[in-house]
Structures are given as structure tokens and as C-alpha cells.
Design a protein around this ligand. Sequence first.
Ligand SMILES: Cc1cc2nc3c(=O)[nH]c(=O)nc-3n(C[C@H](O)[C@H](O)[C@H](O)COP(=O)(O)OP(=O)(O)OC[C@H]3O[C@@H](n4cnc5c(N)ncnc54)[C@H](O)[C@@H]3O)c2cc1C
Ligand code: SF4
Length: 328
Amino acid sequence: MNPFDFVREHEIPAAVKSGAREGAKFIAGGTNVVDLLKCDVERPTHLVDINALPLGKIETVSGGVKIGSMVRMSDLAANSHIIQNFPAISQALLVSASPQIRNMASIGGNLMQRTRCPYFRELTWTPCNKRNPGSRCSAIEGENRLHAVLGTSDACIATHPSDLAVAVAALDGVLTLRGPAGERKVNAVDFHLLPGNTPHLEHNLKHGEIIESIFIPDAAYAKRSAYLKIRDRAAYEFALASAAVGLDISGDTIRSARIAFGGVGTKPWRAKFAEAALVGQRPTPNIFRAAAEAEMKSAKSYGQNAFKIEFMKRTLVRALTDLTGGAA
Ligand SMILES: Cc1cc2nc3c(=O)[nH]c(=O)nc-3n(C[C@H](O)[C@H](O)[C@H](O)COP(=O)(O)OP(=O)(O)OC[C@H]3O[C@@H](n4cnc5c(N)ncnc54)[C@H](O)[C@@H]3O)c2cc1C
Ligand code: SF4
């Protein structure tokens, strides 16, 4: 492991200043970054501990809820206001990782976690464009059963691993970021980047910037929302396919819909085509299937992961059917 120095900051301006140093990296719960240090994928020269920053509150604010980036996954999952008004958020967290990891891991760190593509962490340094730009993608013609079918490029097909990020993208979350140049806000759907030719660039966060909080707006579709995750084993496993779904239904008509996919996209995948197919329709199995078909039209398989295309469609249909009480 590379040598690094370590500082614990207590105030946001000091953390931003420390984090802006060349080679600096933030550490929150450490459940992702320590792994990457150990396998030498990340080599910071300064580690800035942000656990003592005053960013640990869940606050009801005008028009929604504001979640500090240092809130622990377990605390957010168990919060009664979240369970009642944003169930997809709580459900996405409860199917993430393990209770021990959720007690340690932060919301900000969860959004920033890096892919689980095995080649990315491969200790024998198999080519990987994300770890070593320009070296090649080993997954495209290699072991790719777990890889993405949406948003891929010739440079990278790795999935984004976060469940929470999928629910936040579906429910129109907005991130507040703070860096040396001050505060800015970014919509969650724009925070993670498609790989294109630059898969090493994964998010819209500049060096030294910190995620301060996430705002989720109150909405009827947020109150009637859910998260369904399908995986190889029932616990402690990343998604093969997942769907965050939210519907605002008036009478027997869908007034608005919010949908995002996990486990199939190179970023948390907001499913705008599926949403458009649902609005103005009655919630029936045929309409749910049509929505799934509309979104997966652009999917591309790489051999072993071909099953994910049909699998994702069925995951969405089941999530919507469960959400509407099988009313279809
Ligand atoms: C065995 C295992 C299984 C898992 N399964 C799942 C799963 O099923 N679903 C899922 O979603 N996740 C899963 N995870 C991932 C886990 O949820 C993340 O490791 C965790 O959320 C990261 O949070 P952290 O606070 O520990 O981040 P850290 O490891 O401390 O940091 C991760 C990254 O975020 C950056 N960072 C942290 N906080 C901030 C901030 N406020 N602003 C800017 N940058 C920041 C750090 O610099 C670092 O780059 C799993 C992890 C393990 C080890
Ligand atoms: S899919 Fe991405 S992370 Fe995995 S080997 Fe290819 S370039 Fe690397």
C-alpha cells in the first residue's frame, strides 16, 4: 500500500481545503475506499476523514427532505419520515450490503462507491480502461455476466453498484456540493457519468468538492414508491437487476411515473421511455410490459449478460405490479 498522511477535519471549510490538496481523498465510513487502497487501485497521498463534519442530520424542509451526506445507511433506512414518504429510499438501503456495513457506511460514500467489475480490482493488473485509461476493457470479451446492457461503450461496460443512487435518481433527488469555488447543486440523474471514451471519469464532482446533502422532493409518486432488487442470493449481494418505481395514480389513470434501473446500467439508469409509456394509461400488465419494452429497446448485450435484457423487463413488470397491489 502507498504511504499517505491522515487528517480528521471537524468543519466543512477546513475539509474542503484539505480535500483540494493534490493527491487528497475523503474517507467517510471507509467501506469502499479502504478496499481500493488495499488492492492498490487508489493511491491517495492525503486521506481526509470527514466523519466529524456536521452533516449527519435528516431534516424535513420546505418541499421535501434534506439528508446530510454523513447520515449512515442504517439510520436513513430506519427513519420513520423516510419510510412513510419515500419508501423506495428505505427499501433500497435495506437490500444493500449487510447490517454491519450499513451501520458504518455513509450516504455520500454510497453514491461515490466504485464499480465491482472484477477486472477493475484485479490484483494481477488485467487491462481495464477505468483503472488504467487506454489499456483495454477485459470484460467486453471476458467474464461479463454481471455487466451492463444500458449506457455501455466500447471502452467500458461496468455497472454502477449503488442501490440508493437508483432510488435517488428515480425520485428526482438534488445533490448539494461544496468545493473551493463555493456551493452548487446537481440533479442526481446528472451526477453519474456515462463511460463514453473516458470511463475513469465517473461523476460530476470536482477535486476537493464534497457532497454535503441530498434533497428529495415531496411528491405523490415518492409516497407511493418501492424498490425491487433481484440478485444471485437473497442477502449481501449486488443487483442483477433492480427497479425503483413511483406512481401517482388518480382514479384508474397514471398521472405521473418515476422509474430508474440498477444492475443493468453503467450509471443509475433513469428510465424516461418507460415513464412516458405509463403516463395517461391504466395500470395494466400490458402497459407495464410496454413500458419495459420501450426502455430496453436500446439495450446491448455482450454475450454472458444477454439474459439481463429480458430479466430487467420482468423485474420492472413485477415492481409495478407489486406497487399497484397486483391491481392490473
Ligand atoms: C461486501 C460488500 C457488499 C456491498 N453491497 C452493496 C449493495 O448491495 N448495494 C450497495 O449500494 N452498496 C453495497 N456495498 C457498498 C457500500 O454500500 C459502500 O461501500 C458504502 O456505501 C460506502 O460508504 P462509505 O461511507 O463507507 O464510503 P467510503 O468508503 O468512506 O468512501 C467511498 C468514496 O466516497 C468518497 N466520499 C465519501 N463521502 C463523501 C462525501 N460526503 N463527499 C464526497 N466524497 C465522498 C470517498 O472519497 C471515496 O472515494 C457493499 C460493500 C461491501 C464491502
Ligand atoms: S468493464 Fe470497465 S471496469 Fe470492467 S474491465 Fe472494462 S473498463 Fe475496466
